[in-house]
Design a protein around this ligand. Structure first.
Ligand SMILES: Nc1ncnc2c1ncn2[C@@H]1O[C@H](COP(=O)(O)OP(=O)(O)OP(=O)(O)O)[C@@H](O)[C@H]1O
Length: 239
């Protein structure tokens, strides 16, 4: 709440987030959009405890992130947050299944077998579990990353341009899967994207500009999102 992030000082001072107040409802799929440099990544990194805010507070469930010591923050990220990155971030020496269960192995937790089965079937990876990442297509690798994020049933999943490296068909598969995880598994998902089609899979879209939330759209269509983004382009040209 009232989240601020300032980089640098003096002439190089940049206010990346300007007292942003947002909340992500449980079981909802939110997309974050906005022109380049509007603060999308900064917002996500602060909300996920990957970066510290300059002011304001972040809560995940009942826990306040701001003020947590490094160790506690690492543990909270591991236990309560799932991450999906543009570049998949899989370990090349591990099989798909080993990648999926890695966070839980590190945490010393036994995966819930029934849940893991559900996740694996939902992402359609049953016959690829023994494959290494290099033996999988980009879309399959990202589905492994999605399964990894979901396997521990985190409170919230943050996805940073999850379809940025995928062709449109593979991207659509990943988005449909994220959509299902929200609808059928009650997962909470927050996704940063530049793509209006990707954003249309979300329940709501937050639009950022100059470090502030300037608009919100519920039940977005790709056309409506595209129109809204064009207004930013027009405003950019005028200033
Ligand atoms: N480490 C940093 N040091 C200084 N300034 C930074 C740093 N990281 C980001 N910024 C600045 O903060 C502002 C917001 O950046 P941010 O990466 O959050 O934007 P974005 O909306 O994610 O952009 P893009 O769509 O291009 O990824 C930008 O003006 C950027 O130049």
């Amino acid at each position: 709440m009232g989240l601020s992030k300032v980089y640098g000082a003096g002439d190089t001072r940049v206010v990346a987030l300007d007292e942003v107040s947002v909340s992500f409802a449980r079981g909802e799929f939110t997309a974050i959009m906005g022109p380049s440099g509007s603060g999308k990544s900064t917002l996500m990194h602060c909300a996920a405890g990957l970066d510290s805010a300059s002011g304001g507070s972040v809560h995940i469930g009942d826990t306040e992130l701001t003020g947590l010591a490094d160790k506690a923050l690492t543990r909270l990220r591991r236990d309560k947050i799932g991450f999906i990155f543009q570049s998949f971030n899989l370990l090349p020496t591990l099989t798909a299944l080993e990648n999926i269960t890695l966070p839980m192995d590190i945490a010393g937790r036994k995966p819930d077998k029934a849940w893991l089965d559900t996740v694996v079937d939902t992402v359609g990876l049953r016959d690829r579990l023994g494959h290494k990442p290099t033996e999988l297509s980009g879309g399959q690798q990202q589905r492994v990353a999605c399964a990894r994020a979901l396997a521990s049933r985190p409170e919230i999943i943050f996805a940073d341009e999850p379809t940025g490296n995928l062709d449109s068909r593979a991207g659509a598969e990943v988005l449909a899967f994220l959509r299902r995880s929200v609808r059928e598994m009650g997962q909470t998902v927050v996704m940063v994207t530049h793509d209006p089609v990707a954003a249309s899979y979300a329940d709501r879209v937050l639009f950022l500009a100059d470090g502030r939330v300037v608009d919100e759209m519920r039940e977005p269509t790709s056309d409506a999102v595209l129109e809204r983004m064009k207004q930013f382009d027009a405003a950019g040209r005028r200033s």
